[in-house]
Design a protein around this ligand. Structure first.
Ligand SMILES: Nc1ncnc2c1ncn2[C@@H]1O[C@H](COP(=O)(O)OP(=O)(O)O)[C@@H](O)[C@H]1O
Ligand SMILES: [Mg+2]
Length: 410
């Protein structure tokens, strides 16, 4: 994964050190270089391992620890994250003056830890704001019920999870009627409500345990079990859950409801890319135009929205793709072929397209979309790149030739 942070930790208190170590080990973007129980040895540890971040717990001997911070700062490029059980202002000031970049007070939540690592990582990588680990957050929205957004969200999640270096979470935001769990044939123990309610106590292991893992590697956070639980999830709760997920997974896929309510709007804002799924009929296209007009009100939303046409080839009465592009004044980013038999079979059996029909056109279409979203979009624009892709990513290039996406129009 890009931008892995190498971390070394020192804390003479074994229990506290183990606690932080466990949390660090659970974060995909952290590589734990070393852990050390003596302040005296830490400078050598830093010199030998050159970590990006030194985590120094100061409570065992604050005086020694503060001079260690100074020493490490003056002899290395390592950024210091300081930990203490005290939130005494003068202690924080001393640590910061000695050169600590961040100061966390026990008990430490995963959220706090990730936030601190993110800020340090951001600064080390040229001060760029936002997630340095480059989480790709994709919202899948539909312009009408039954257009295929859940089918796409689930299978896109599985396609992304197939890549070894990815960790992928799928969140079902259709809080009343969401069925992502059915698509994956899962009976989850916990839902979005449990995570939202316990967010301040969650560590990475608990977060992952709260999310059910599918055989493809995809982690699912399902909708609440009961309608009565829906009000538990407000805008703030959702923002926090998404923040935590974005900080811990390489990809987060959001399956939105069709209500375009406040929670859907939060998801649209938080996403880096919005896939707006439509079919080629008049009611759908009318809604696409209406939605795009409404999206104008949210900064940046229209620009990050990509149109995905689903069920291309469904029947002869479908509106032509060229006409569609003219009507919505927008490029079609991706086209997914119609294949009802295949879709129904995977849905009814609770398996992904990749498990049951790895070679079908629809599978390869969604795989191609995953690759495009992965940042390879440019690479598939010319034939050479397509040929290269065919060697590397099974079948994607072949699919791209059969179902060329977007720009060429048709
Ligand atoms: N490309 C496709 N070809 C054929 N059938 C599809 C396709 N995509 C989705 N479907 C079918 O359409 C129905 C609705 O899909 P779903 O993903 O639940 O839509 P939404 O989440 O937008 O309500 C399902 O029966 C699904 O199997
Ligand atoms: Mg759905």
């Amino acid at each position: 994964m890009a931008n892995v942070l190498r971390v070394a930790i020192v804390d003479p208190n074994d229990r506290d050190r183990e606690d932080v170590k466990t949390r660090l080990l659970g974060i995909d973007s952290v590589w734990l270089e070393a852990d050390c129980s003596r302040y005296e040895f830490f400078r050598d540890v830093v010199q030998q391992t050159s970590p990006d971040i030194g985590v120094i717990a100061i409570d065992a001997d604050p005086k020694k620890a503060i001079s260690l911070i100074e020493e490490v700062r003056s002899t290395s490029d390592c950024s210091i994250l300081c930990i203490s059980g005290s939130n005494d202002g003068s202690m924080i000031l001393r640590a910061m003056r000695a050169g600590a970049k961040e100061f966390l007070t026990r008990p430490i939540t995963l959220e706090d830890l990730l936030g601190a690592l993110d800020r340090i990582g951001g600064e080390r990588n040229g001060g760029a704001a936002g997630r340095q680990r480059g989480c790709v957050c994709v919202a899948v929205a539909g312009c009408s019920g039954g257009v295929g957004s859940t089918s796409l969200a689930v299978n896109l999640g599985c396609a992304l999870a197939a890549e070894e270096n990815n960790t992928v979470a799928l969140v079902d935001l259709d809080l009343a009627l969401g069925d992502a769990d059915v698509f994956l044939d899962m009976i989850p123990d916990y839902t979005l409500v449990d995570v939202a309610q316990n967010i301040s106590r969650l560590d990475f292991a608990l977060l992952k345990r709260s999310m059910t893992k599918h055989s493809t590697g995809l982690y699912l956070l399902p909708r609440p079990a009961q309608l009565q639980d829906i009000p538990v999830i407000g805008i703030d709760e959702l923002r926090r859950v998404l923040g935590l997920l974005k900080a811990t997974f390489t990809h987060v896929v959001l399956d939105l409801s069709k209500s375009y309510g406040p929670l859907d709007m939060v998801a649209l804002e938080e996403a880096q890319t919005v896939l707006l799924v439509t079919q080629l009929d008049v009611p759908c296209l009318r809604n696409v135009v209406r939605l795009l007009m409404s999206f104008d009100d949210v900064e940046g939303l229209k620009d990050k929205t990509k149109i995905v046409v689903n069920r291309v080839g469904l029947d002869a009465g479908q509106i032509g793709l060229k006409k569609v592009q003219e009507t919505i004044s927008r490029e079609i980013y991706w086209r997914i072929p119609n294949d009802y038999r295949t879709m129904v079979e995977v849905r009814n059996n609770g398996v992904s397209l990749f498990e049951r029909f790895p070679k079908s056109q629809i599978t390869q279409s969604i795989q191609g979309l995953a690759v495009a979203l992965h940042g390879d979009a440019d690479a598939v624009k010319d034939d050479d790149a397509v040929a290269t892709k065919e060697k590397g990513a099974a079948g994607v290039g072949r699919w791209l030739k059969m179902w060329p996406s977007g720009k060429s129009g048709s």
